[in-house]
Write a protein that binds this ligand. Structure first.
Ligand code: ARG
Length: 460
């Protein structure tokens, strides 16, 4: 038969394929509990302004409460013929409470309803994600404190550059995540605005009070413009942009974990529970979790591009195109939550192999800059110092010796200025300890930075 929600105008039923093609209930049923939350607030507001009686309001709220129970228990019979989550729930309400159920949609459209549902849903998800972000950041800070004195090579171009502390490296990750966290909070502000009351596009003739609805739902304020409120999905795009940047950061961390667990680096150990083996090569222990996080970054970038393209060139106000906002958003949320959870579980369990890290730092002439700085302090111009140290490194490569392993006379071949005190700056410990300013890699600075990061988290 013709759809009961709009059958009056139609002379033939919807084509069976078109019915399936246009239906969204298979995926938007995920919004069900937030749809009910929004409807309860709407009915409460309608009674407040005397569009509904208190008796009608109570019947609606009770009916919706029962429906919530049916959905939570998995008993609700979703129907494709009813197209989407909104009409499924409304039809069930009318089944249950009769004509009063048909009054719920007074002064409302699915256009402002769905925009409200997504915002309510996304706000809850954002709050869950923020909790996981805090857990990951805390884990990294704790690990950084433990590894404040651990020395490893720092890299540029993936070539050994200068020694750094592992704690300093971990706090670099933490800083990336702190900015992602700020982006998430900032996005939440723009999610937290109420579309309801915009109705289909122009507002409604009923004497609604949007401030009441906004307050009941915990929104900061009603959206300013009805046309804008029902049409834009920039908040979802913004969330997906946050997610893309976060995943970009997690993919960089993943890449480093994958490199560091390889036999060639051998800097860290990941506990077996985060790895898998090979069905053919008995010796293998593969870092699947970071690899998968690295890989999942791609789908989130794809969702960002989907949503941007979905919104592009849409004329005001609502267009059915926007039904396509949900799957990319939902998958982005699942992916972000999974990756964050994996990282928050895994990060505190990273074990450094300190001897291997120090050995790698020594092998790569990582204190060459320290030797140049030493010469500069003794009056040599930096460019000349650079040349002297370059010759010393070339000698070391021929003799297979690090700078700190050379005898004083060997070093003095290249500059008379070098004295016995040079060995204090050529050690790895001396090198990192000397970078003792805010933002530097010295162990004391790492401990201070970790404390500041902790305080920042505590004051969120
Ligand atoms: N399922 C629709 C969506 O996701 C709900 C709004 C539909 N509105 C309309 N006028 N067809 O966007």
């Amino acid at each position: 038969g013709t759809n009961s929600s709009w059958g009056g105008r139609f002379s033939e039923p919807t084509d069976a394929f078109v019915e399936r093609f246009t239906a969204s209930v298979d995926f938007d049923q995920r919004l069900a509990l937030h749809d009910i939350q929004g409807s309860i607030a709407h009915a409460t507001m309608l009674a407040r302004v005397d569009v509904l009686s208190d008796v009608e309001r109570d019947a609606i709220i009770e009916g919706l409460g029962e429906i919530r129970g049916e959905i939570e228990r998995g008993e609700f019979a979703w129907s494709i013929a009813l197209e989407d989550v909104h009409m499924n729930i409304e039809a069930r309400l009318t089944d249950k409470i009769g004509t009063t159920g048909k009054k719920l949609h007074t002064g409302r459209s699915r256009n402002d309803q769905v925009a409200t549902d997504i915002r309510l849903f996304l706000r809850d998800e954002i709050d869950d994600i923020a909790i996981e972000l805090v857990r990951l950041r805390e884990g990294l800070i704790t690990l950084a404190e433990r590894e404040a004195d651990t020395i490893m090579p720092g890299f540029t171009h993936l070539q050994t550059a200068q020694p750094v502390t592992f704690g300093h490296h971990l706090l670099a990750w933490q800083e990336m995540l702190a900015r992602d966290h700020e982006r998430l909070f900032d996005c939440r502000k723009r999610v937290n605005v109420l579309p309801l009351g915009a109705a289909a596009l122009a507002g409604t003739t009923y004497p609604i009070d949007r401030h009441v609805t906004a307050e009941l739902l915990g929104f900061e304020r009603p959206a300013e413009n009805s046309l804008d409120a029902v049409s834009d999905r920039d908040f979802a795009i913004e969330f997906t942009a946050f997610a893309s940047i976060l995943l970009m950061h997690l993919s960089r961390m993943s890449e480093e974990l994958v490199l560091w667990t390889s036999a060639q680096f051998d800097f860290i150990d990941l506990p077996d529970r985060f790895c898998t083996g090979s069905s053919i090569m008995p010796q293998k222990k593969n870092p699947d979790v970071p690899e998968l996080v690295r890989g999942k970054t791609g789908r989130v970038y794809g969702h960002l591009m989907s949503l941007l393209t979905l919104m592009k060139s849409q004329p005001l106000a609502y267009n059915k195109d926007n039904q396509e906002d949900k799957e990319p958003l939902f998958d982005t949320l699942e992916t972000v939550k999974g990756c964050l959870r994996a990282f928050a579980d895994m990060a505190p369990a990273i074990e450094s192999k300190k001897a291997r890290m120090a050995e790698a730092a020594r092998r790569g002439f990582s204190t060459a800059t320290d030797l140049a700085d030493y010469l500069v302090r003794r009056g040599v111009a930096f460019r000349d110092a650079h040349e002297i140290v370059g010759q010393s490194v070339a000698f070391g490569l021929r003799e297979n010796k690090d700078l700190s392993e050379m005898r004083l006379e060997e070093l003095q071949q290249f500059s008379e200025t070098i004295g016995a005190d040079v060995f204090e700056v050529l050690t790895l410990e001396g090198s990192v300890a000397a970078r003792n300013h805010i933002g530097g890699t010295a162990p004391d600075q790492v401990r201070a930075a970790a404390q500041r990061a902790r305080d920042a988290l505590a004051s969120l």
